[in-house]
Write a new protein. Structure first.
Length: 329
């Protein structure tokens, strides 16, 4: 029997090594998850991001057969929890629930310890929710055109409240100012409750707020709904036009959520998680339930979600630059 030469053994070893490089990630994905997965939510418990994170975690647990544990780590405008995930092993067992607050922070907080597209890999989009632009009941406007005309006639005299610097509510206002060509004073609060209270009480002229939260106040006449912020009308407020159709073409400012993982997480695991999330959010029962809550599923593959995030980072970078917005203002 002929003995294999040293050269043929080396070639054989290289061939098997190449096979293992291809097969090992696939095998890992098939076995994943083999232990509980931690889903870090860098926002306070009880808010919309936390609610949807727990929903996704429960459904993933059901289909993948392992626990998905939600870990709330709020603070520093989402930086604390996000940084913890960035420093976690890239093995698929630590995930991040993120929102467009993260894409805003790329330019709003340039000196943070991580960069979104450098230190993370996009996994899956979840959903988006429209906001609604409301004004205090006594403001002498009844539609968006009248509001823009009033703001242009009195630069800096009108005010809008937000839940804090860099939040989607703040940036929706800055985008509106830039695209409508108006000057309106931003008044930041520590959370939406205080901002909402002062608009309802007439101390501040307007704000962008969550559609479901403002629905009853609009119906009771405590505020006036002038426009919603998606490109199509809200299912919760179908009689209210969008900003896009009411006078500011191409305006869009929604709150959207997604999942990311530390950079280096195996692509096979990322792809599997993406496929499972797409199935979950595409379920007709989920679509109907979220519609009643003012949320719309986002279904994208990893490449499309990556492109979506890069475009969002660029969009808000321009608005941060135009507005001069700061994280501490």
């Amino acid at each position: 029997m002929k003995t294999p030469s040293a050269r043929s053994l080396r070639l054989s070893h290289r061939w098997w090594a190449a096979v293992l490089l291809v097969v090992a990630p696939w095998v890992a994905a098939q076995e994943y998850p083999s232990r509980p997965v931690r889903l870090v939510v860098p926002f306070a418990a009880g808010g919309p991001a936390d609610v949807y994170a727990r929903f996704i975690a429960t459904r993933l647990q059901e289909v993948l057969g392992q626990g998905f544990v939600v870990d709330n780590r709020p603070g520093a405008g989402s930086v604390i929890g996000t940084d913890a995930v960035a420093k976690s092993p890239p093995d698929g067992y630590t995930l991040l629930l993120m929102s467009n607050a993260h894409t805003v922070n790329e330019s709003l907080i340039p000196n943070k310890p991580f960069q979104l597209m450098r230190d993370f890999v996009p996994v899956a989009a979840i959903n988006y929710s429209d906001l609604v632009l409301v004004t205090r009941s006594g403001l002498p406007v009844n539609n968006l055109g009248q509001l823009i005309a009033l703001a242009k006639s009195r630069p800096g005299a009108l005010s809008y409240a937000s839940s804090g610097p860099g939040t989607p509510y703040h940036m929706a206002g800055e985008l509106f100012k830039a695209m409508a060509g108006v000057s309106i004073l931003h008044i930041p609060y520590r959370g939406s409750a205080g901002a909402r209270t002062d608009v309802l009480g007439g101390q501040v002229d307007m704000m962008f707020d969550a559609v479901p939260t403002m629905t009853e106040h609009v119906r009771s006449g405590k505020v006036k709904a002038l426009a919603t912020t998606g490109l199509s009308r809200s299912a919760v407020m179908p009689d209210v036009p969008t900003v896009n159709e009411a006078g500011v073409p191409k305006y869009e400012a929604t709150i959207w959520l997604g999942l990311m993982a530390p950079k280096g997480t195996p692509a096979a695991i990322v792809d599997r998680l993406n496929a499972e999330v797409v199935k979950i959010v595409s379920n007709p029962e989920v679509v109907r339930a979220w519609k009643a809550q003012g949320a719309t599923p986002l279904t994208m593959n990893v490449a499309d979600f990556t492109r979506y995030m890069n475009e969002d980072i660029d969009k808000w970078s321009r608005i941060v630059k135009i507005s001069g917005a700061k994280a501490d203002q």
